[in-house]
Design a protein around this ligand. Structure first.
Ligand SMILES: Cc1cc2nc3c(=O)[nH]c(=O)nc-3n(C[C@H](O)[C@H](O)[C@H](O)COP(=O)(O)O)c2cc1C
Length: 220
């Protein structure tokens, strides 16, 4: 499949079937993703790829943490309060998602429940945590985003769907404990990986994009 086809076909998937990802295939994806470019080739990514029993037990402790009522305490403070046009787009994407699930915008409980699915990895067999040294700041985050997109597209090429999740960086403590993450390393965000559940309404959510002219200017 060409890159253009991969980009056209890809969308964030938030319901997965039970099929596991073959471990050799998973290894291959992350081997290839090592080719991602990074500033000064520092390759800041320290990636955790979690499946099987390790993911099950992490899911339990994450849900416990999320439902405990503790506020999020991310390692990196990167969730902006969106303004103006960005806020409108944020609302649009939420509406697209909740409409696909037939959840009314006033139904807070249902919205909350669907939000919590983030920390169950939407039933995906594998979750990825993108970590980097905390001192790297914005330049490290740029590299990490490029790397994560590389992983997502390589997965897509292999027929594996994904959802990038800032939510997976919001409650880092259980992840830090289970995998003994060093104090100077932070979890930036995560990603669920697996095979899309074909009949799930949530997976029909398709976001749009603004007209090219609103994003890109060409000068000659
Ligand atoms: C850095 C990043 C963080 C995201 N965090 C979440 C998240 O926590 N939960 C979620 O359901 N989707 C999350 N998404 C998915 C976006 O909502 C999605 O990419 C966007 O709405 C565009 O839709 P599409 O991916 O289907 O094209 C995230 C995407 C990115 C790139």
């Amino acid at each position: 499949m060409s890159l253009t086809e991969l980009l056209t076909k890809r969308s964030s998937i938030r319901a997965y079937n039970e099929e596991k990802i073959d471990s050799e295939l998973l290894l291959e994806i992350f081997k290839k993703a090592q080719a991602s470019p990074s500033n000064c080739n520092v390759q800041p990514w320290q990636t955790l790829v979690v499946s099987g029993e390790a993911l099950k037990s992490l899911g339990k402790s994450l849900i416990q943490e999320v439902l405990s009522g503790k506020p999020p305490h991310p390692d990196f403070d990167w969730l902006p309060k969106y303004q103006d046009i960005h806020r409108e787009r944020q609302f649009d994407s939420a509406n697209t998602l909740y409409s696909a699930m037939n959840i009314d915008r006033t139904d807070k409980a249902a919205r909350q429940q669907s939000m919590v699915r983030n920390w169950q990895f939407f039933d995906a067999p594998t979750a990825v945590f993108f970590c980097m040294k905390k001192y790297l700041g914005i330049m490290g985050a740029v590299d990490m985003g490029i790397y994560a997109q590389t992983v997502a597209l390589l997965a897509q090429e292999a027929g594996i769907s994904s959802c990038m999740q800032g939510a997976l960086g919001q409650f880092p403590q259980p992840i830090r404990e289970q995998f003994s993450i060093a104090d100077d390393v932070g979890i930036l965000f995560g990603m669920s990986l697996g095979y899309a559940k074909t009949n799930a309404p949530v997976n029909t959510a398709k976001t749009g994009r603004v007209e090219l002219g609103q994003s890109v200017q060409f000068f000659t």
